[in-house]
Design a protein around this ligand. Structure first.
Ligand code: COA
Ligand code: AMP
Length: 639
């Protein structure tokens, strides 16, 4: 029997197609409800309907309390492994409950109640996860902001989410430096129109933060007092459709989109995914080597492994340099990891340092069964290299901040389907896919078009954007009526495998991090000497893509170009953050445009990536493309 015939995937997918509500109603039995949903799907609620309407539940209960009640109290819930601080710590489910109950009580003392927002700006420490779960426990809505973002980005999120409270730490630990988070937060609060009522600061010994009187409170002191008084907040009943969190992600402008996640659908879909997609059982150790600032971190460092009763690794380090390219294999062997989930860029980094995979040999990886990759397209070279050195299946899967879990994947738990390199495999139950042309007509197998998902989206996917139903409809639902626009382009082959090739908007993917070139262009055009600009993502061996900015200077500017370019690079770092990895600004005399004035970014990218390109029929002045190629060659890019 071949792998396709052995897998239960097709049977299950068809079962979902026949009866979506029956399918998700059954999946919903895996979680504890305070009140069962009145409707599995209410098509009259929300923008496109709501899952588990009328259901009452608590996310923190399902992540912690029920496992303790069921006898899992002594099992590690979190395994903190931090090569950058030299710390390792196991936190059992019972300890996690103790910490989260106490922190939830602290939050309540600050007046945080159901529906209030709490922003977390924190590194990869267990306390950040306690914070997320404490919010979930009392029905507060958390919004985690990645530490690599600059104060201005944080300020935008503060103004949108309007948090009552902010949780932070004194510093993050990058291999080359300690990043003082607190001054960045202070600056963000200064820039924001909305001011939080208080900030709770986790002081780390590597770098102590200065505390602002009247605003800042010491985390350890509050914790100690709560523990001393045995303070404990219990789980607050939440509607399945209430928001659990807001996670901001790049849109086409500098204003990020506040993706909303609900309680009920999120729990049901994520719990389903652990066994069926990832093939992991309760009690096993699961590791998503990402950061809690990203959706992968939310879903697969924090929530899904805990819903499923797994031990989840919280890794504060890098794939290379902490201390070497064997770091992942050490963690897998030391903690008995069954499944690892990371971005292909991490493997490209390891491959660069240890091309023969020699650093695998010293470690015992016998519990390790599967490597999952997502966040960007998994290039076949990297997948095959990982297969060779690890001798386990390597599974690419495709998803977005908006969906919260995989759109397409290879469901290992149902019996893996044959791997096709370059494909994220097949749609998960819940997702009915189409590939459409510009006239919204379905395309035949093999033809590239816009990948769309038929409405309704499955549980866990965003019901809307935070307080912006209109923007949600405009961004995702209007271009292809009846569908959710993924903004990814690709094709489906004759076996139904999906190949995701590129974005259809100006989002780029830098080291698995999603960034908006539009947002960067806003920073470039704000420079006083810049008349106009264009930012494109150019191919990069390690990070997949890196941004490259072209600027045309205002008439009469005679300062050295190198000086202006340096200022521009610094201002992107300052305004968006180091995570943008914006290191290349190039001054040119003109930008190539169509006759109607649209900048030909796509053609510029092809030239930079040394890909074949055709002269656009609508180009205003073809000579400008030669000027761009010459400028790129001057920086070692373009053929
Ligand atoms: N706080 C503050 N700064 C941070 C940060 C954080 N949490 N995370 C990253 N940065 C900084 C880095 O220090 C770096 O700054 P630099 O320009 O001074 O060197 C910059 O942001 C870019 O960081 P990063 O993208 O991590 O690049 P890198 O060159 O340090 O490392 C990889 C490259 C491939 C090793 C790294 O990107 C990686 O491990 N990626 C894994 C992918 C991943 O986690 N994806 C998430 C979705 S699954
Ligand atoms: P994010 O919202 O940060 O998770 O980024 C989502 C985007 O990353 C998607 O829209 C894709 O463009 C890209 N992406 C994520 N996973 C994959 C994958 N497995 N294959 C191709 N692209 C991917």
């Amino acid at each position: 029997m071949d792998a396709r015939a052995k897998s239960r995937y097709h049977e299950l997918y068809q079962r979902w197609q026949r009866d979506p509500e029956g399918f998700w109603g059954e999946a919903a039995q895996a979680i504890d409800w305070i009140e069962k949903p009145k409707k599995i799907f209410d098509q009259n609620a929300g923008v496109y309907g709501r899952w588990f309407a009328g259901g009452v539940c608590n996310t923190c209960w399902n992540a912690i309390d029920r496992h303790v009640a069921a006898g899992r109290g002594a099992q590690a819930a979190l395994v903190y492994d931090s090569p950058v601080s030299g710390q390792k710590r196991k936190i059992s489910y019972a300890e996690l409950l103790h910490e989260v109950r106490a922190l939830a009580a602290v939050l309540k003392d600050f007046g945080v109640t159901k529906g209030d927002r709490v922003i977390l700006y924190m590194p990869m420490v267990p306390e950040a996860i306690f914070g997320m779960l404490a919010c979930a426990r009392i029905g507060a809505i958390h919004s985690v902001v990645f530490g690599g973002f600059a104060p201005k980005e944080l300020a935008i999120r503060i103004d949108d989410a309007k948090p009552k409270l902010i949780l932070t730490a004194s510093c993050g630990l990058e291999p080359n430096r300690n990043v003082a988070y607190k001054p960045l937060l202070d600056e963000a609060i200064r820039l924001a129109a909305h001011k939080p009522e208080a900030v709770i600061v986790l002081q780390r010994p590597q770098l102590e933060a200065h505390m602002v009187a009247g605003m800042d409170h010491d985390w350890a002191t509050l914790r100690a007092a709560a523990m001393r008084h045995d303070a404990a907040a219990e789980c607050v009943p939440c509607a399945a459709t209430d928001p659990l969190y807001i996670l901001y992600t790049s849109g086409t402008t500098g204003i990020p989109k506040g993706v909303v996640r609900d309680h009920g659908g999120h729990m049901v879909a994520l719990t389903w995914s652990m066994q069926n997609l990832y093939g992991v059982s309760p009690g096993e150790t699961y590791w998503a080597a990402s950061d809690i600032g990203w959706v992968v971190g939310h879903s697969y460092i924090v929530y899904a492994p805990l819903f499923h009763g797994c031990s989840s690794i919280v890794y504060e380090g890098k794939p290379v340099g902490t201390p070497d390219a064997g770091a992942f294999w050490r963690v897998i062997s030391e903690h008995g990891v069954a499944a690892l989930f990371t971005a292909p860029t991490a493997f490209r980094a390891i491959k660069k340092e240890d091309p023969l995979g020699k650093l695998v040999a010293p470690y015992d990886l016998k519990k390790f069964r599967t490597l999952f990759l997502a966040g960007e397209r998994a290039d076949p070279d990297t997948v095959q290299w990982a297969e060779r050195i690890l001798k386990v299946p390597v599974i690419d899967h495709w998803w977005q901040t908006e969906t919260g879990w995989a759109i397409c994947g290879n469901p290992v738990g149902l019996g893996a389907l044959p791997v096709k390199y370059g494909s994220a495999t097949v749609p998960m139950p819940g997702y009915a896919m189409d590939v459409l042309d510009d006239a919204r007509k379905p395309l035949p197998a093999g033809k590239i078009g816009s990948i769309v998902v038929k409405l309704p989206l499955p549980p866990a996917c965003l019901p809307t954007l935070w307080q912006q139903d209109a923007r949600f409809k405009e961004s995702y639902l209007e271009e292809f009526p009846g569908y959710y626009k993924t903004a990814d382009a690709g094709y489906r082959d004759e076996d139904g495998y999906i190949f995701v090739m590129s974005r259809t908007d100006d989002i780029i993917n830098v080291a698995g991090h999603r960034l908006s070139t539009g947002g960067m262009e806003e920073v470039l055009s704000a420079h006083p000497d810049v008349a106009e600009c264009a930012v494109i993502g150019v191919k990069d061996e390690l990070k997949g893509e890196v941004p490259c900015g072209f600027v045309v200077l205002k008439a009469g500017v005679h300062r050295p170009h190198g000086e202006i370019e340096k200022e521009i690079v610094a201002s992107v770092r300052d305004k968006i953050g180091p995570v943008a990895a914006f290191k290349l600004a190039i001054t040119v005399n003109r930008l190539p445009k169509t006759r109607s004035g649209k900048i030909l970014r796509g053609t510029m990218k092809k030239i930079a990536d040394k890909e074949p390109w055709n002269m656009p029929a609508t180009i205003d002045d073809p000579a400008i493309l030669d000027e761009i190629a010459t400028a790129l060659k001057g920086r070692g890019l373009a053929g």
